[in-house]
Design a protein around this ligand. Sequence first.
Ligand SMILES: Cc1ncc(COP(=O)(O)O)c(C=O)c1O
Length: 411
Amino acid sequence: MSQEIKDRFKQFVAPTYGRFPITLDRGECAYVWDTDGKRYLDLGGGIAVNCLGHAHPEISQTLAEQSSRLMHCTNFYHFDGQAQLAENLAKRLGQGRVFFCNSGAESSEVMLKLSRRFGQAEGRFEVITAENSFHGRTMAGISATGQAKVKDGFSPLLQGFSHVPFNDLDAIRSALTPATVAVMIEGVQGESGIRPASPDYLLGLRNLCDKHNLLLLWDGVQCGHFRTGSFQSFQTILGDRGGDFLPDAVGMAKSLGGGFPMGAVWIAEKHANVLGPGTHGSTFGGNPLACAVGNKILEIVDRDGLAENAVQIGQHLVDRLTEIQQKHPTAIQEIRGIGLMIGIEMGSDIASFDDAKPASVQWVSALHEAGMLTIPAGQSVVRFLPALNLTQDEADEGLQLFEQTIEKLTA
Ligand SMILES: Cc1ncc(COP(=O)(O)O)c(C=O)c1O
């Protein structure tokens, strides 16, 4: 069965992804099962998407009910769910408006179009982003992304992007030109292995943007939606120092739909008319199914205290990982964690590893064998991006499988 599916993939599915040899069949809470019946503890969360785990009964019920009521509503018309979700998101940020789209890359696209229109009259269009950032795979997304590998073979890219070291305000100052219109960052760089912005950087960036009339564009696709313990990661990072700190726009996707594809951008009220009627659109953006799920997820996160759970379980994981690191200092080189966004810098000096393949991928494969899903990043990082409702018992099971795998590979 599994081999048949893989063969069909090989023949018919575009080969853009390096897929692991796992064929999944179903999921329930923190677990998924493959077509051979093997169970895996899912600490990867589908790359920070499955915020309520798999097959959450209230989400399934919400989808079933909404699908028998209204499945699609073109954006020519109004419907309650979209208005409710926009209000629900805006009240967690500040006065502003929400544009709905279908993915993280599309949310980047919206923010970049916003900046183009914002600077149009003055001929400003340049956007500064961070080295090692990731903003999606559209042409604008790869142009904005500060990683050469995503751009390879796609020139000419969109004009007007420069990439500077992350967490370095002077680097931004030096990159400013008369045409600069915006700075776009992730609060916690995800694809490059979980690297949070510092509070001073964020506060300095806000001042700099205000001083030069630049938009501060916030990519919260991976680090948003309570993953760090607050709705958006700047709220976690700044804590009491946040005051009235707000970006000019916040991009969201991934956990926003908990597995149902959706994206959104909150735009601060003062820029609400920059993208006016006819300037942007999406057939499926803010679809009734997506909005029903988005609203239900927010209700469950609030009701079940899942932001607090992300902080508690995240801290537990980091504490226990630190103990494992003390026992295995060459296997675990660094742990970077903020809530349930954890990056573990792994050693690559493992006898059975193939030098031609990234160590991150080989660690993740070994963890698959042990019965656990995690997400690789770059050459050597293993990421934990699990559901926000992960229990301590499930976390402990993951830690045990992780430690056993390290012991096996370093024996
Ligand atoms: C920070 C960030 N922005 C944008 C994206 C792109 O999102 P999507 O794959 O939904 O287009 C990702 C995806 O990993 C991401 O991590």
